[in-house]
Design a protein around this ligand. Structure first.
Ligand code: SF4
Length: 441
């Protein structure tokens, strides 16, 4: 049996793709291994949204090529593969094949061709009509938590983002298939489902099958209610797009306790002028109203966001609008990025007006403001009891277990490993910068 080592960079969608690739390769007679050094094949599933992840690809292939052992077959999958295609074969010596984001179901066949001596294989084609979305238990990143892509691709074309080019246009998975998979995962002991996609709330299936009888203005809120009705313990969803985020989603969360009280709503900038340059299609006034509605909810909803500082044309005044917005929203956490131009995006052609030093200053200032908000938000949990899904061993505490609360906070506690996979009541006794510690009650 040929051994395959698969390394994944990037977002949950990439993790989810890798789970499917591993499942398909297992079916095709390959053995997955965690040891790159003994593998016959090294696959790298890449991300192109951040420059760093792309850089890792070059370093990793170089390292493999220059190691002592015979060179394994090397394949590049995912976003960088989709965008660069054949040019990757010339750019990175040692790469034997390149497979795009929608062709990952064919990796097994491509590997067989590579073992038969074929080289320089490129497949950037579309998914097979009968693409199998299921994941074998052994290849899920957790036995208790499952990622389920409900929509792929993006139609939004924000000017800084490569995703619409690397993952193509939005395509929603049929609701009946989502429900079928969740019921199956529940039967297998999965406690928490993450409905994932670049913009989950833009979910628009071709037919209403599976959503009949469920309330809600948008197909996504009807899907949330349909998924809640499966009775699975917890449902989380990410990422939401502000323009498509309507009150019916909040109402669904308020009605169904198994819809978790966490919303990730990327704002990117606090300035309408910059949002226009980014072509985000939402305004700050509307975003604030959405946040106010979420904050007023009876469910105590945790809010997280993404922000880019130093976008081309961002002035000091625009940046201060972002600072004000962060103070107003009091996010539970925020992923803050310094803008870096990505080739192939419209923003790449814009003049990068903010110097790297200025971007760093803005990043540090915003991080300081956000940290203060985060600390305040986390301190609210001190002494409270949270329901934590015991997911795995904690590296931070001896005999410790780590898991997440419904509001997606990391909680560590000491307990017997027999509790793994259970939802445990944990009283928070200590709050740190990014996580909490507690004891089972
Ligand atoms: S919504 Fe914008 S940032 Fe998000 S994936 Fe689509 S284009 Fe990229």
């Amino acid at each position: 049996m040929k051994k395959v080592y698969l390394e994944t960079y990037g977002c949950q969608m990439n993790v989810s793709d890798s789970e499917r690739v591993a499942t398909a390769l297992g079916r095709d007679g390959f053995e997955m291994t965690a040891d790159a050094a003994s593998a016959d094949v090294v696959l790298i599933n890449t991300c192109s949204v951040r420059e760093k992840a792309e850089q890792k690809l070059y370093t990793q292939v170089g390292r493999i090529r220059h190691s002592e052992r015979p060179k394994p077959i090397i394949g590049v999958l995912g976003c960088v593969a989709q965008l660069e295609g054949e040019t990757l074969l010339n750019k990175i010596p040692g790469v034997d094949f390149v497979v795009g984001t929608r062709a990952v179901g064919r990796v097994g066949g491509i590997l067989n061709r590579a073992f038969d001596g074929e080289s320089d294989i490129v497949d950037l084609g579309e998914r097979e009509d009968e693409y199998d979305w299921t994941v074998a238990d052994t290849h899920r990143h957790s036995p208790y938590v499952a990622f389920l892509p409900i929509i792929e691709g993006c139609n939004k074309f924000c000017t800084y983002c490569i995703v619409p080019f690397s993952r193509g246009r939005e395509k929603s998975l049929a609701a009946s298939e989502i429900i079928r998979q969740i019921l199956e995962l529940k039967r297998r002991g999965v406690k928490e489902i993450h409905l994932i996609g670049q913009n989950v709330n833009s979910y628009r299936p071709e037919s209403e099958t599976g959503l009949e009888g469920f309330e809600g203005k948008s197909a996504f809120s009807r899907l949330l209610r349909a998924v809640a009705a499966t009775g699975i313990d917890r449902i989380k969803f990410t990422t939401s797009f502000p323009r498509d985020f309507n009150e019916d989603i909040v109402e669904a969360i308020e009605t169904h306790p198994n819809l978790c009280n966490w919303v990730h709503l990327p704002v990117q900038s606090g300035s309408d002028r910059v949002l226009k340059l980014m072509k985000r299609g939402h305004t700050i006034d509307r975003y604030r109203k959405q946040i106010d509605r979420l904050r007023a909810s009876s469910r105590d909803i945790a809010l997280t966001t993404d922000i880019i500082v130093g976008f081309p044309g961002e002035t000091e005044a625009d940046f201060m609008d972002t600072v004000d917005l962060v103070k107003h929203c009091g996010f539970d956490s925020a992923y803050i990025f310094k803008y870096s131009p990505r080739p192939g995006t419209p923003a790449y052609e814009m003049e990068d007006t903010v110097s790297f030093a200025e971007k760093t200053l803005r990043f540090l200032e915003l991080e300081k403001v956000q940290k203060a908000c985060q600390e305040k938000r986390l301190r609210r949990y001190d002494g409270k009891v949270l329901e934590v899904l015991a997911e795995g061993a904690s590296a931070r505490t001896p005999r410790g277990i780590t898991g997440h609360s419904p509001c997606h906070k990391v909680v560590n506690f000491v307990a017997d490993s027999s509790l793994l996979g259970s939802i445990v009541n944990v009283k928070v006794t200590e709050v740190k910068a990014n996580s909490m510690f507690g004891e089972v009650v």
